[in-house]
Design a protein. Structure first.
Length: 484
């Protein structure tokens, strides 16, 4: 991996600097390429050898070698390398086809998606520039730019939706590379988002790193940025991936107050980094991450935002099923029904959720969730939210028949109502909120409202919760269709 990191950069520098370098300088670079070639051709590891080619190792190692082979082709005894280049192109095609969903989602998370592609893309684009078209369709299929537009907040804390082992804050180094495969109609919207999350208008502009040359090389000259909310429907509609069980929503593209929602179910699995993401929730709004995940800190259970069973995460991944998914007309939200029983290894583990991205009853966004669990033996269930540091948590107050909890930071809030939960208890564990039940069955009927200022007040009747003029039936969320 370390050799690949260096060789990819040297290949680019060799290609750009070739006319200005002396014969001695070129020979020194070729000597380094020869050593790397010998290593790449005989090195083996399951992450690059196994058939699915989905691990980021394939992007890094095969992508770096492809860039090298294209840059040095025909120089210093390298020959034309037709057979080797063809093999590298095919392995990268397999990687693009298996690692990334149509939405651009990758089970390893944003950081490894970015790492792999920052190394691989120069070789991919170099092959296309050289007239090798085998990667064209595979490179242009994943909606990487759209994934970033749905996952990266413009808040000062640079919060991001998390899945896999992606961290909670930061930019994405690969972002400028996606200027090359974003559909032309979406480029103005992506440029607007890029400038506010990575570029000159970002809270911390990304400058001075090796990847920032990509912004110069691939900048969409002549494209004028456009507010994504005024752009094509593809950049405002939620991203649904029923195969992987991965979903991203965004209320709008304006400022730090935008609300971003991520929901996971781990329907599929491949070799590589991954998280125990079943029923995982990501929630960012008003400059605050209300629900985050642990990245690689698996042992810190307080960093999960998801249900825990007997104090543990689910024992399996890749066995979830999406039962239903649909978008709401006239807004950017939608409904999901997810079966996580195969991952939790329980008789029943189901989540129905309505993501209502309208202002409702004084809140900016509402999530209504019904999580149902059942098994032959009794378990201790903890429905958990893990907010970012500095969030104040209170719980236990009763409001019109519903138990409530309240998370605040500054004037921003996340308020929750637990509907019909007579047997529930609350706890705060190492900065995480837990709603608890025990038994052979457990139902969590929970409504979350995100906003700023004074939190709204709701009324309940049985399994119904009314907020403003909107009623949520927690036992029949599939029937809910919000007004536009």
């Amino acid at each position: 991996m370390e050799s690949a990191n260096c060789i990819a950069r040297l290949a680019q520098i060799y290609d750009w600097s070739y006319p200005a370098w002396s014969e001695a300088q070129r020979a020194q670079a070729i000597e380094a390429f020869q050593r790397a070639q010998a290593f790449f051709e005989v090195g083996h590891h399951p992450n690059i050898d196994l058939p699915d080619r989905a691990s980021n190792w394939v992007a890094v190692i095969r992508g770096a070698e492809l860039a090298m082979q294209l840059a040095v082709r025909g120089d210093g005894g390298f020959g034309l390398q037709e057979r080797r280049i063809a093999g590298l192109v095919d392995q990268l095609r397999q990687h693009l086809d298996t690692a990334y969903a149509d939405t651009g989602w990758d089970q390893e998370g944003l950081d490894y998606l970015s790492y792999g592609l920052t190394i691989a893309v120069p070789g991919i684009i170099g092959s296309l520039d050289a007239g090798i078209g085998a990667l064209d369709a595979s490179w242009h299929r994943p909606q990487f730019a759209n994934l970033l537009m749905h996952s990266m907040s413009a808040a000062p804390g640079q919060q991001r939706l998390q899945w896999g082992v992606g961290v909670a804050n930061g930019t994405v180094a690969a972002a400028p590379l996606f200027f090359t495969n974003t559909p032309s109609a979406q480029l103005p919207a992506y440029l607007w988002h890029y400038e506010r999350t990575v570029g000159r208008l970002a809270p911390v502009p990304r400058v001075g790193g090796s990847q920032d040359l990509s912004a110069i090389l691939y900048w969409p000259v002549g494209v004028r940025e456009q507010d994504p909310d005024l752009g094509p429907a593809e950049v405002t509609a939620p991203l649904y991936d029923d195969h992987a069980g991965a979903y991203q929503f965004r209320s709008r593209h304006s400022d730090a107050d935008d609300v971003l929602v991520g929901l996971q179910n781990r329907n599929a699995h491949h070799l590589g980094w991954n998280g125990t993401d079943t029923f995982g929730l990501g929630l960012i709004g008003h400059g605050t991450a209300w629900a985050r995940q642990p990245a690689k800190d698996y042992a810190k259970l307080e960093l999960f935002s998801k249900p825990l069973v007997d104090g543990k995460v689910e024992p399996a991944v890749g066995r979830g099923v999406t039962l239903a998914s649909r978008c709401y007309p006239g807004q950017h939200g939608g409904f999901l029904s997810l079966d996580g029983s195969g991952n939790y290894q329980l008789a029943t583990a189901r989540r129905d959720v309505a993501v209502d991205l309208r202002p409702v009853g004084g809140a900016d966004t509402v999530l209504a969730l019904h999580d149902t669990f059942a098994d032959a033996r009794s378990h201790a269930y903890a429905w958990q939210l893990s907010p970012e540091p500095g969030v104040q948590i209170s719980h236990g107050a009763t409001e019109n028949g519903a138990a409530t909890f309240l998370l605040t930071k500054g004037d921003a809030y996340l308020k929750g109502w637990v509907v019909g939960g007579e047997a529930i208890t609350f706890a705060t564990v190492n900065g995480a909120l837990q709603v608890r039940q025990e038994g052979t069955a457990a139902d969590f009927r929970i409504v979350l409202a995100v906003g700023a200022g004074t939190p709204p007040v709701a009324t309940t009747e049985g399994h119904l919760l009314t907020l403003g003029t909107t009623r949520y039936d927690l036992d029949d969320l599939a029937a809910f269709t919000p007004a536009a």
